[in-house]
Design a protein around this ligand. Structure first.
Ligand code: RI2
Length: 307
């Protein structure tokens, strides 16, 4: 939780692999590979929900080279390229998504998404007069980061508690949120409470757009695999001492929820704005995964388990 936002997490993982590769002293290629693979595994296990993390690790770990030096320099190149294309993707999403915002619009956003903020910031930069309603995003209050960023941009912003989302939806023209993962069928996994925003928006016929880089799309959902929802510590919700005095009470603290594609009007990626139903095309044509690749991987892993 030191690093917030699925995109920033992905870039931090790429940077960490690069830093680790640079300090390896071994000249044995096999040893280099196994050290890096172990680091990759540790990184991926830190946050189970944000698909940007395994996607970034997979891209960086696809390094080539026969010797340690060749492998290292290819890994560094892959990591640098991922980091710069990721930053460029956020900028492009801003340009693409901001076209959906009109002068005078009030936008509601949730949590702290750099991709969603890029859309809002670009609309403001291009001279549109906009207002933002931002949720506080309990329990970690990432909404406070969002209002700080919006304030620095000079955008008129109202902070609300999460439970006031439906109350204020009548004042909202467009909901803009980020994503931790997008499934093959266009559902979006994002910070807990996003599906509540989407439900309220759907009820009041307010459009909802998702700002997500293509590396947030999840290849493993092609075969129906579910995205794991991270369950966080109860201490984020209530003081453990207070809870310890109540033996019949337990706390549930999922960090993310799933918004069905039917509540999403548009997903803005750096490759263009798509309807959620087109998500499979992003996984196949941009990320380069096909159902057959997934089947092959599953078959191989089953074979390895059998052996
Ligand atoms: P960007 C954040 O979660 C929020 O759910 C946010 O909407 C999403 O990541 C995407 O953020 P967390 O990963 O990548 O910080 O657009 O728990 O910044």
């Amino acid at each position: 939780m030191e690093i917030r936002g699925a995109g920033t997490i992905a870039r931090a993982a790429a940077q960490a692999l690069k830093d680790y590769a640079l300090v390896q002293e071994t000249t044995i290629k096999q040893e280099f590979d196994s050290q890096l693979s172990r680091a990759a595994e540790i990184l991926v296990s830190t946050r189970p929900t944000a698909v940007s993390l395994p996607n970034a690790v997979r891209i960086v770990m696809a390094y080539k080279g026969g010797s340690v030096n060749e492998a290292r320099s290819d890994l560094v190149r892959q990591a640098d390229e991922f980091i710069s294309t990721s930053k460029e993707a956020t900028r492009r999403i801003g340009l693409i998504g901001s076209k959906r915002i009109r002068n005078g619009n009030t936008i509601m956003t949730h949590c702290n998404s750099q991709a969603a903020l890029s859309v809002i910031a670009e609309a403001h930069r291009s001279g549109k007069n906009i207002k933002v309603i931002a949720t506080e995003s309990r329990p970690r209050l990432q909404g406070h980061l969002t209002i700080q960023q919006l304030n620095e941009l000079g955008i008129e912003t109202t902070l609300i508690v999460d439970s006031a989302v439906r109350y204020f939806m009548k004042d909202v023209d467009l909901v803009v949120v980020g994503a931790d993962a997008v499934t093959a069928n266009g559902s979006v996994i994002n910070k807990i409470g996003t599906s509540q925003l989407a439900l309220a928006a759907h009820e009041s016929r307010t459009n909802l757009i998702v700002a997500a880089e293509t590396y947030k799309f999840s290849p493993s959902t092609l075969l129906g695999e579910m995205v794991e929802i991270e369950e966080r510590d109860a201490g984020e919700v209530i003081d453990p001492e207070k809870l310890s005095g109540m033996k019949h009470v337990r706390v549930k603290n999922p960090a993310f929820d799933v918004t069905p594609s039917s509540y999403i009007d548009l997903i803005c990626t750096e490759a263009g704005a798509i309807s959620p139903e087109m998500s499979y095309i992003i996984i196949r044509d941009i990320l380069g995964w096909d159902v057959r690749d997934m089947q092959e991987i599953i078959e191989n892993s089953t074979k390895n388990q059998d052996e």
